[in-house]
Ligand binder design. Structure first.
Ligand code: ADP
Ligand code: ADP
Length: 236
């Protein structure tokens, strides 16, 4: 079975003025196989953020279901949602690091919330810093790091709780092309070595071509095309 399954998902953002309602997603069906890297591409306003935020319950569908690892996350609230989110890491366009915390302490944050003691936290954070190539920056604050380094911290933080899924919301959109390539290579390595399933959204064709195994094209809230990256890009 797929690790993530969207089944007949729709989303309407209500408005007091019914004519001003926004249909952000319509009849979305999408499977993310375990171990795959699936990219969703679309223009601004296509519904990408709405779609990816449903996986960790930041957004709820108006209709349909989102099943993650056998659990219907749309049926979860509070405690159940908190528990489900531990197996779902997320990275962001603007990194979302805490400026008052060092690289080490940003990565440690989800582990502190999970209640691990200092020794257990250090034992987990040190190898994560090494994996993203930032062992020598462990005591640096975000303001002292480049964009690429900040995203490496974001990736390490997302992996801290050993999630089964990594969600990426335009993770390279704020980076220059060379740094983008380095981050995409790191994500590919993580997918291969940790067998971590990745679902990402982007508006950039090149990111999909370089990173995704499978692609879904979103237009006006509908998936208009999906398949392997080869299928989607090889036809005339
Ligand atoms: P994308 O990520 O592809 O830019 P979004 O999912 O952010 O697309 O938005 C899809 C549509 O839903 C857009 O028309 C957007 O304006 C609308 N939308 C997104 N969030 C809200 C919200 N909280 N309230 C009302 N409309 C929203
Ligand atoms: P989240 O912030 O986790 O996305 P929201 O608080 O925005 O959740 O709630 C989304 C929808 O779910 C709303 O319609 C809200 O009324 C409903 N909801 C939230 N928490 C509960 C709950 N504990 N029991 C029932 N419905 C809830």
């Amino acid at each position: 079975r797929p690790l993530i399954a969207f089944a007949d998902v729709s989303k309407v953002y209500p408005s007091r003025d019914r004519a001003a309602e926004v249909v952000a997603l319509s009849d979305v069906n999408l499977d993310v196989p375990e171990g795959a890297i699936v990219g969703v591409i679309g223009k601004s306003g296509a519904g990408k953020s709405t779609l990816i935020r449903m996986v960790n319950g930041l957004e709820r569908p108006s209709g349909g279901r989102v099943v993650v690892d056998g659990t219907d996350v749309t049926a979860l609230y509070e405690r159940g949602l908190r528990q489900a989110r531990r197996s779902i890491g997320m990275i962001f366009q603007h990194f979302n690091l805490l400026s008052s915390r060092t690289a080490f302490d940003n990565i440690a944050l989800p582990l502190e919330i999970a209640g691990l003691d200092r020794a257990a936290i250090a034992k987990r954070v040190e190898p994560l810093l090494a994996m993203v190539g930032l062992s020598d920056k462990r005591d640096r604050y975000p303001a002292e790091l480049s964009g690429g380094q900040k995203q490496r911290v974001g990736i390490a933080r997302a992996l801290a709780t050993k999630p089964r899924v990594l969600l990426s919301d335009e993770a390279t959109s704020a980076l220059d092309p060379e740094t983008t390539d380095q981050i995409l290579a790191l994500l590919k390595t993580i997918n291969a070595e940790l067998k971590l399933t990745i679902l990402f959204i982007t508006h950039e064709m090149m990111v999909v071509k370089k990173l995704a195994d499978r692609v879904a094209v979103l237009e006006g809230g509908r998936i208009v095309e999906q398949g392997t990256t080869y299928e989607i890009f090889a036809h005339p």
